[in-house]
Design a protein around this ligand. Structure first.
Ligand code: ADP
Ligand code: ZN
Length: 677
């Protein structure tokens, strides 16, 4: 042969950009030989010396580096369905909106996939795991309910459309959204039902199971990795039809998402506030609306006490407002009675007024159930030494230690520190008899109630009960079955539980929520009290709610007593509008957090010196955060107050990014803050 056989031409390498689930903002270019479309594909790449799974975010490279400097994609996971465009754009937009690193946002979408080359996720050819096993049951809807369900069903497969489903507790919101969910599933679509706290949603899960005849897929971050992987596989291959999840379920790669439902949409538990490098702060409800828009599907926001933000959106016609009125034959709304604590005589270290005691006695005499609400865990929020005045403070946080009598321990409710009661005062060595517990928590109210009604059957349900989910479930079941006479509990009780025998609700300290400078304090107190009232008298007997308050003339208390939601909202909206606060203006918090203290202060000072000067935008601070020390970190806050139309990202991100900070100090951006601590 005259010529050497030509070697096959080297395949041209092309560039794609890959997003990796790390604390980095932006994508990185990699080379690949494949000519197949790669957009959205899960790939294994090496990054900073480590192999990891990422997602192809762009068809073309973005860097100016020569090919020689780039790495090649190690593996394309052809068996895993690619991440759809709608999810990718949700992630990109959510990262922008929340001023978060793109990689951190992506982590939320690949919760159990970040380990390199996890092909165990590829769809299995097995039958759907949630095949019908039960006989579905459902009610005939009332004309109102039917009309609402019909309107929303008609929106399926018709693009993005947000609905506010608004109606008193018991009006049938759940029945209605189940009806819509069923229609969606019949179309072969997946339905995501978001709940504020999965631990409290057992009754809803049971109801969904009874209604649809199969067990919904659960998604929450405290499940074992194996269970989550199983759930994720079903979500990816479409065999999971109804997914009930906490906010972290929002960013999962659904095969055919067709409807999102946000139950109790006003609940502040939808706001993700976590700390740490990888955490992203976002509002689950708002990100739900974003995802629905990107997916071009309807979303239902359901509540008996919608958030002001949501109501304003409905008033402006952005959300379709569907109102459910109460059903015929349903127990009448409970009556609300304000107990003027200025007139009631309380014995020292007692919190239940003679009037409330009498009402509890009346209920006991009739064999009915009561609920006492006290929104504080433990026995007493503060312990001090009578001899020297020493107060027990958390060494890591700006907070008192809460005395938990049942455990004989003092605990910090911010960092979780838990220490046994000391044998004597650490400051003056006085005897334990000198220690006084100040103020009440649920345990102390239980003690008082036990003294008042020695033979009544009591139970306490609080955040501490969630440490033992089995016990919590048993308690809730006993309470629902009427095996408890007086339930004492925190706001855990305000959510979702149905206690058929409950007729009397007592709110021990209704004023507590109104203290503190939070802009939503009034709204939240109203929502909480309203939801609590909604627990009473759901069946035959009419409920009564007794609210102990030192401010019976407060407009909020008056509105509550009159069940005048519109009146309350009007006042609250005027107040917010005057102050240009949300939902009429926008807020963003910038939190400097770290140690040592001097370094944190230094970073805050540097931010202060470079505050951007933007027309209409006010930047307040830096001020020490109310929780100045939290888990040993020192914290300072800025608050950005801006007109509603402001792009917060443009205001805040360049400002924060330009200030150098040591590793031990972080600058966190909290867009639309819910907590101001
Ligand atoms: P909400 O979600 O608004 O609080 P639910 O959907 O939970 O209301 O309804 C409250 C109770 O009334 C539930 O026990 C539900 O099964 C029942 N219910 C609602 N609508 C109907 C109906 N049309 N027929 C019979 N029972 C109904
Ligand atoms: Zn602490």
């Amino acid at each position: 042969m005259l010529f050497d056989e030509p070697s096959p031409p080297a395949l041209p390498l092309r560039r794609v950009s890959v997003c990796v689930p790390l604390h980095v903002d932006g994508c990185f270019d990699y080379l690949t030989e494949t000519t197949e479309p790669l957009l959205g594909r899960y790939v294994t790449v090496s990054f900073a010396g480590q192999k990891m799974m990422g997602v192809v975010w762009g068809d073309e490279g973005t860097s100016t580096l020569p090919n020689a400097k780039l790495k090649t994609i190690a593996e394309v996971h052809w068996l895993v369905p690619p991440m759809q465009e709608a999810l990718r754009s949700t992630i990109t937009k959510a990262a922008h909106y929340n001023c978060a690193a793109l990689g951190n946002m992506l982590r939320l979408a690949m919760p159990v996939m970040e380990k390199a080359a996890d092909t165990r996720l590829k769809p299995r050819k097995t039958a759907p795991t949630d095949a019908p096993a039960l006989v579905p049951t459902h009610h005939t809807l009332t004309p109102d309910q039917h009309a609402a369900a019909h309107t929303m069903q008609a929106a399926l497969l018709q693009g993005f459309q947000p609905f506010l489903l608004d109606g008193e507790t018991g009006a049938g919101k759940t029945e209605v959204f189940f009806e819509v969910a069923e229609a969606a599933m019949r179309e072969g679509l997946q339905v995501l039902l978001l709940v504020p706290e999965i631990a409290l949603s057992v009754p809803l899960l049971k109801r969904a199971e009874a209604r649809f005849g199969f067990t919904p897929t659960l998604w929450h971050s405290s499940e074992t990795p194996a269970k989550r992987r199983e759930a994720l596989r079903a979500i990816l291959n479409g065999s999971a039809r109804l997914i009930i999840g906490a906010r972290s379920a929002l960013f999962l790669p659904y095969a055919s998402l067709g409807l999102i439902i946000v139950d109790e949409e006003h609940d502040s538990a939808f706001k993700q506030e976590g700390t740490g490098m990888y955490s992203v702060m976002y509002h689950g409800r708002d990100m739900g609306v974003l995802r629905a828009r990107e997916e071009r599907i309807p979303i239902i926001l359901s509540s008996a006490t919608p958030a002001l933000e949501t109501l304003v959106n409905a008033d402006r016609g952005k959300y379709h407002h569907l109102k459910l009125t109460r059903r015929e034959g349903q127990a009448a709304l409970p009556t609300v009675h304000l107990l003027d604590m200025r007139r009631e005589k309380l014995a020292r270290q007692h919190w239940i007024s003679p009037t409330l005691q009498q009402r509890l006695q009346d209920a006991l005499n009739r064999g009915e159930q009561s609920l006492l609400f006290m929104n504080r865990r433990g026995y007493a929020p503060l312990v001090l030494c009578r001899a020297c005045g020493h107060r027990y403070e958390c060494p890591n946080c700006t907070a008192w230690l809460v005395f938990h009598a049942s455990k004989r321990r003092m605990q910090c409710h911010h960092c979780g520190l838990s220490v046994p009661m000391p044998p004597h005062c650490p400051s003056c060595q006085a005897d334990p008899e000198q220690l006084v517990a100040c103020g009440p928590g649920v345990e102390r109210i239980e003690e008082e109630v036990r003294g008042l009604f020695p033979i009544a059957r009591l139970c306490v349900i609080s955040g501490d009960s969630t440490e033992d989910p089995k016990r919590l479930k048993a308690l809730l079941e006993a309470a629902s079955a009427g095996e408890i006479d007086i339930i004492i509990g925190t706001q855990l009780l305000a959510k979702g539980h149905h206690f058929p025998k409950l007729t009397t609700v007592g709110v021990v300290d209704a004023d507590a929520g109104l203290q503190g400078g939070d802009i939503r304090a009034g709204e939240r107190t109203y929502q909480l009290l309203h939801q609590l009232a909604g627990r009473a008298g759901r069946e035959e007997a009419r409920g009564r709610v007794f609210v102990q308050t030192y401010q019976p003339d407060h407009p909020l208390m008056q509105a509550l007593a009159a069940w005048d939601r519109e009146g309350f909202l009007r006042l609250e909206m005027e107040k917010r509008q005057r102050a240009a606060m949300p939902p009429y203006g926008r807020l963003c918090a910038v939190i400097v957090e770290g140690e040592p203290e001097e370094k944190a202060v230094e970073v805050a000072r540097a931010l202060s010196m470079s505050v951007p000067n933007i027309q209409g935008v006010q930047i307040l601070g830096a001020a020490p955060a109310p929780l100045y020390k939290l888990r040993g970190q020192y914290r300072l806050r800025f608050l950005v107050v801006a007109p509603k139309s402001t792009d917060m990202h443009a205001v805040v991100k360049p400002w924060c990014d330009a200030v150098p900070h040591p590793k031990s100090v972080s600058i966190r951006i909290d867009v639309d803050p819910v907590s101001f601590l």
